[in-house]
Write a protein that binds this ligand. Structure first.
Ligand code: GPP
Ligand code: MG
Length: 563
């Protein structure tokens, strides 16, 4: 809950001394300084050596699997599914692509084992996940002449669970999958409600799947959820299982090191003294960034993203909480000019924000200069400018107590949700698959980026609008929809839930080949949509981390897995 502290006494320009400011101060970080220091483990090198050996063993299996008999293809899909769920697929991208491409070329839309619901659903999901547009028409086979799903499906619990997960790869217009989702959700729900599942592990899996389908789960959390399930399977591959655990621990070390580095940066910036109205959510923010990219090759990106995103938080809290309209106008002008010479025109408390904004981007620019990629910096700076211009419009609306139309609101708040700008920043430290076209693409809010922005905007507003409206915050999308369409809050939530589902269909559609940019570059908008499902389903877990969120953070950043 927000602490009712008196407004921070800051040193402002004379003109603003009379300013009436919002007084909301968020509670302090619940994590204290526990992530500030990091000590490297002594057995690190030994674990790395072991992980490398196991990695090569698993690689061999995937290579051999390429030339197996077609009758073994179901086993191959199961192996790939396990590799992906266990969070180690990033080591075997080429091998997995090769295997799934072969399967796609061999079977097209006709899966060999289409009498088996579980394997058909697995085949469909894995190929769609890989961007192969296999037809959902295969599922009509499971309907009777009246268009109803076969009654016998209800007894095939594993099959229904597998189908339920597959339906989340649906795109607009795939009615058979919409219906299959409803059917499986209803019958799986009944199994839980009536307590009629004899298999405890399966029951847990159903329960978890109904809470959050695989498509929306964060890869790191899925690894932790899946390890104990996989461990119980008789058909498990022990090398793969051990690799998953070791790899998890090794990555956790890297993540802790990065979080320590970024905590030092934040402490050095001295936000809690200089800008006490700003949310101190470094650890929750790191969880957010880890959701986007967890792999070791994205370490530099994570550091840059953490700095850039926490500046977004500072800007957001300055524009929609603390700053006066006059101050914000000056600040916005200064951002458009992007020059240290503007420092003097700013109110005192805004100077460190402006300085840091320029410094963080300068640091990235210096890195980019070495490789001749400064165009990346140009686009990201333009997006920051656009972001502040739109934050200023929000501040104006809030000031005038103006409730915009839904269209007006979206044209501004899909920009101020910051996701497009964050996605662009995900590419700044990217490899050569990122080109100028990537930045042109993201700057124009293509469908997958817009869908990700909309998911954040709607889910964030559903979770936070009540608290925001207690201060002088711009009307949220919830208020705008209620006013424009004369609907209740409950109806608005229902509508938003549908819009979020539709946005997921767009994400799925845009992830199918051929894609507008290389497929790995679609992971940031996809993962940013996923993280909303974790942060905003039970309330606002970013600002006020609840029990589950605290447990997620501890399991990702504190507790090691025993190998
Ligand atoms: C650390 C990271 C990854 C931050 C993402 C920034 C972000 C979109 C925060 C939402 O804040 P909010 O709920 O206050 O947004 P708004 O004021 O726009 O509703
Ligand atoms: Mg805000």
């Amino acid at each position: 809950m927000p602490e009712s502290k008196s407004p921070p006494s800051l040193n402002h320009n004379n003109s603003c001394k009379q300013a009436v400011r919002s007084t909301v101060n968020f509670h302090r970080s619940i994590w204290g300084d526990q992530f500030l220091s990091y000590n490297e483990r002594k057995d690190q090198a030994c674990e790395e050596q072991r992980a490398t050996e196991l990695r090569e063993k698993v690689r061999k299996e995937l290579v051999i699997a390429r030339s197996i008999e077609p009758t073994q293809h179901i086993k191959l899909l199961e192996l790939i599914d396990a590799v992906q769920r266990l969070g180690v697929a990033y080591h075997f991208e080429d091998e997995i692509e090769e295997c799934l491409k072969n399967i796609y070329l061999m079977y097209g839309d006709q899966w060999i084992d289409d009498d088996n619901l579980q394997s058909t659903s697995l085949w469909f999901r894995l190929l769609r996940q890989q961007g192969f547009n296999v037809s959902s028409g295969i599922f009509y086979k499971y309907k009777d002449e009246n268009g109803h799903f076969l009654k016998s499906m209800k007894d095939d619990v594993q099959g229904m669970l597998s189908l339920y997960e597959a339906t989340h790869m649906r795109v607009e217009g795939e009615e058979v999958l919409d219906e299959a989702l409803e059917f499986t959700r209803y019958h799986l729900g009944n199994i839980i409600k009536k307590n009629i599942c004899n298999d405890v592990s399966l029951e847990t899996q159903i329960h978890q799947a109904l809470q959050q389908p695989l498509r929306k789960r964060l890869p790191r959390l899925e690894t932790l959820r899946y390890i104990p399930i996989y461990q119980q399977q008789d058909s498990r591959n022990d090398d793969l299982l051990t690799l998953a655990k070791l790899d998890f621990n090794l990555l956790q070390e890297l993540h802790r090191k990065e979080l320590s580095q970024i905590s030092k940066w934040w402490k050095n910036f001295d936000v809690s003294n200089k800008l006490p109205y700003v949310r101190d959510r470094i650890v929750e923010g790191y969880f957010w960034i880890l959701a986007v990219y967890f792999e070791p090759q994205h370490s530099e990106s994570r550091i840059f993203l953490m700095k850039a995103c926490n500046l977004v938080i500072i800007l957001d809290d300055t524009y929609d909480n603390y700053g006066t309209y006059e101050e914000l106008e000056i600040f916005t002008k200064a951002v458009q000019k992007w020059s240290i010479s503007c420092l003097d025109m700013l109110p005192e408390y805004m100077k460190p924000i402006y300085q840091e904004l320029l410094d963080v981007h300068k640091e990235a620019e210096e890195f980019l200069e070495k490789t001749g990629k400064t165009y990346r910096s140009y686009y990201t700076k333009e997006m920051v400018k656009e972001y502040t211009r739109n934050l200023l419009i929000e501040a104006k609306w809030a000031n005038e107590r103006y409730i915009p139309t839904v269209e007006e609101h979206m044209s501004v708040t899909l920009i101020t949700c910051a996701y497009a700008m964050i996605i662009a920043k995900c590419y700044v430290y990217g490899d050569d698959s990122v080109t100028e076209h990537t930045f042109e693409w993201v700057s124009t809010y293509p469908p997958i980026v817009k869908a990700s922005c909309l998911i954040l905007r709607l889910m964030d507003d559903m979770a936070t609008h009540k608290e925001e409206q207690e201060r002088n915050h711009v009307a949220s999308s919830v208020e705008c929809y209620m006013k424009q369409y004369g609907i209740s809050e409950e109806q608005t939530h229902e509508l938003f839930t549908k819009l979020v589902e539709d946005s997921w269909k767009v994400i799925n559609q845009e992830s199918l080949r051929p894609t507008e940019v290389p497929r790995p570059l679609l992971m940031p908008p996809t993962n940013l949509a996923r993280v909303c499902d974790v942060l905003y389903t039970r309330g606002d877990d970013y600002n006020h981390a609840g029990k589950e969120m605290i447990s997620h953070i501890k399991s990702l950043l504190v507790d090691r897995l025993s190998v």
